[in-house]
Design a binder for this molecule. Structure first.
Ligand code: MN
Ligand code: MN
Length: 302
């Protein structure tokens, strides 16, 4: 992985500062009756107005849904007063990506679980420094979450970030592990503890609204070729939502569905299925992005 140069450092800092403001906007707007679709579009527009781009569609994962949910283009879903909502946002400036999330508890019943994921992130940030092993960070996260009486979600992890790559190696586990790969100066990482009162495992659901581009493939469908051109040019391999295609291209629902099916079959794109807690229990998440420097770390999203 190429190290972050001076010019990129300032782009990462700007990206993180736009993301901090976007998270505040989320915190202000997630309340009973707010449409999920309206919230995501508002945040994505805010990011562009500030001179950034969404690094992936705004994720709004509620209750037992841990990650990868974004509303469909025709969603009428609104937040209810018993929702625990994780809003996960990515911003990039010229491929310099920051990734951060916040959990908002509208039920008022899961404050302790919020403290567990937030506390685990705080502890991991205190421990993070150049040279620390990622397994050690996992141990810190696990300890903090268990201390509060919850379980970490063991098959969701933090990750490295590279230019134009939102999820790069190494994974940063949320449980103790022997993985001795170290945080390296000049590199960017997202740390994201998840806490739950369930089993501590997520599995893939059927629904997918978010996709990632892999490579160009010969396609039968004209709409498929148009989608492929658009996502290669505009998103450069970063994840995109079906609802973004609806906004950008004129096509019938049937044409779009058929084209997406062909793109998936030919492995030109892949889906990010919604991830649910195995027992259907509540999940909370905290996340930020750091830049590791020579002697210290810089927290990019505060
Ligand atoms: Mn995230
Ligand atoms: Mn992440």
């Amino acid at each position: 992985m190429k190290n972050v140069e001076k010019k990129q450092r300032s782009l990462y800092i700007k990206s993180g500062s736009i993301l901090s403001s976007a998270l505040k906007l989320a915190q202000k707007n997630v309340k009973e009756g707010t449409p999920l679709l309206g919230l995501c579009e508002k945040i994505e527009k805010f990011i562009e107005d500030e001179g950034g781009k969404p690094a992936f569609p705004v994720n709004v994962s509620i209750n037992h849904i841990a990650a990868h949910f974004t509303p469909s283009f025709d969603s009428k879903e609104v937040f209810s007063d018993h929702d625990v909502a994780k809003v996960d946002i990515g911003v990039h400036l010229d491929g310099c990506i920051t990734d951060s999330a916040v959990t908002i508890d509208l039920s008022g019943e899961f404050g302790k679980m919020l403290e567990a994921s937030e506390g685990a992130l705080e502890s991991a940030l205190s421990a993070a420094m150049p040279g620390i092993g990622v397994g050690k960070l996992g141990e810190t996260i696990e300890k903090e979450i268990k201390k509060k009486g919850f379980k970490p979600v063991q098959n969701l992890c933090g990750h490295g970030i590279e230019e134009w790559v939102a999820h790069a190696s190494p994974s940063i586990p949320n449980t103790s592990s022997k993985d001795a790969r170290e945080l390296e100066p000049g590199k960017v990482y997202a740390i994201e503890p998840f806490a739950t009162d369930g089993e501590g495992l997520v599995h893939e659901g059927v629904q997918a609204e978010i996709f990632g581009f892999d490579e160009k493939k010969p396609l039968r469908s004209m709409t498929g070729r148009k989608i492929s051109d658009l996502v290669e040019k505009d998103y450069k391999g970063l994840p995109f939502a079906e609802r973004w295609l609806v906004k950008k291209m004129k096509m019938s629902d049937f044409e779009r569905k058929t084209a997406l099916r062909e793109l998936l079959q030919k492995k030109s794109i892949h889906a990010y299925p919604v991830l649910r807690e195995l027992e259907g229990k509540i999940v909370t998440q905290a996340e930020t992005t750091i830049l590791v420097e020579d002697k210290d770390i810089l927290v990019l999203v505060k």
